[in-house]
Write a protein that binds this ligand. Structure first.
Ligand code: GTP
Length: 360
């Protein structure tokens, strides 16, 4: 049996306003909470017991996923009264594990979509005899991430979180947010106080001489922390660029959830998902976007690479590009919302109030 801890308690502040009412792992990607994709992938890799480490809006997880039997696994919920960071969460969740001291335990960030072979990562961890094995991926611009240089054998040499100075950028390998811990190593993390695995636990283990093993993997990888990335990940799931056993329909250029209504002449594509009860008006164009349950896009509107919150409304002829419209928000007709725009939940934007000027 392989066990996993899934970190699902962060505030998801970079994804606001989407995360004001829904914790990031419960925001629907390709029609189901993103967490459902992660759990299904874990199950497919042989994981049979997952401890969900929750904190922010913790009460919404269990009513949806229950005891996990619908997914063919067992779920245990552990909730921090106050967020204890990634390390504190792992330590707190450990009490619910059943693995022996030398057994491998997967630890997964709740906001990473990856095609990584999880079972292969666990096998590599056991072969290397490592204290912790880290999934690493390569990115063009590593400044927002934790850099993890390794030697020729995969031994981790250093950790540099979010490097600012050019001389600190010694590799394009970054911490991809998926680890295998030897169970007894988790027990060394201090309990009951905030701890960051990235800033405290891993550097501490390195300093003590422990073997930390890095596995660079080139399969699909995306951090869903920002709206543009979340929307792209959802579109990739819909189009089958990355496979998920939890996709609630066939792969294709768009996915309609039950009760979604598409009026005549509307054009959907680019991996768009239209949520339950949502409506796309006549002649509207929706490309590469996430339209959540009950949202409405009026006639002739154009929505591209954007996220429309549950119950939101986009008026006639309005264009929304690379933007987020929060739950229940109403954007009137003939507006132009462009890259980075975020309309807060329940906000009201009158007709023809916003114009995009490419010169600013
Ligand atoms: P931002 O606020 O936008 O940075 O997002 P976040 O709060 O999710 O933080 P981050 O992306 O760094 O978190 C990585 C993973 O760890 C996510 O899956 C979070 O849900 C999870 N996480 C972060 N902090 C905590 C915490 O204090 N407790 C628990 N249980 N999980 C956490």
């Amino acid at each position: 049996m392989t066990e996993a801890i899934l970190l699902a308690g962060g505030k998801g502040s970079r994804l606001r306003p989407v995360t004001l009412r829904t914790p990031k792992p419960m925001v629907p990607a390709a029609g189901v909470p993103f967490l459902a994709h992660q759990l299904a992938r874990a199950r497919a890799a042989g994981v049979t017991h997952v401890v969900l480490a929750t904190s922010y809006l913790a009460e919404v997880f269990e009513p949806y996923f229950g005891d996990g039997s619908a997914l063919g696994m067992r779920l245990t919920y552990v909730t921090e009264d106050r967020p204890l960071g990634t390390g504190g969460a792992v330590r707190g969740a450990a009490d619910a594990l059943e693995s022996g001291p030398a057994d491998p335990v997967l630890v997964l960030n709740g906001d990473i979509l990856t095609g990584l072979d999880l079972a292969g990562l666990v096998r590599g961890h056991l072969r290397a005899g490592a204290a912790v094995t880290l999934h690493l991926t390569r990115v063009d611009d590593p400044r927002e991430y934790g850099l993890v240089p390794t030697d020729g054998t995969g031994r981790v040499l250093r950790f540099t979180e979010k490097p600012q100075r050019p001389e600190e950028i010694v590799t394009d390998q970054i911490n991809a947010g998926c680890y295998v811990f030897r169970r007894e190593v988790i027990d060394t993390v201090p309990a009951g106080r905030p701890v960051s695995v990235e800033r405290e636990t891993f550097p501490g283990l390195l300093a003590s001489g422990a073997l930390l093993h890095g596995v660079v993997d080139r399969s699909y990888w995306r951090d869903l922390g920002r709206p543009a990335c979340f929307v792209q990940a959802s579109a990739d799931l819909v189009r089958g660029v990355v496979a998920s056993p939890a996709l609630p329909g066939p792969t294709g250029e768009y996915l309609l959830m039950p009760g979604a209504r598409i009026e005549e002449g509307a054009v959907l594509g680019g991996g768009t998902v239209v949520g339950a009860g949502a409506r796309i008006g006549a002649g509207a164009v929706v490309e590469g976007s996430v339209v959540l349950d009950g949202a409405r896009v009026d006639e002739g509107a154009r929505v591209h690479a954007s996220m429309l919150g549950a119950g939101s409304y986009v008026g006639r002829g309005t264009t929304v590009t690379g933007a987020v419209v929060g739950d229940g928000a109403r954007v009137g007709a003939a507006n132009e919302l462009d890259h980075g725009a975020r309309v807060w939940c329940d906000a009201r934007i009158p007709d023809a109030a916003i114009r995009f000027s490419p010169d600013c």
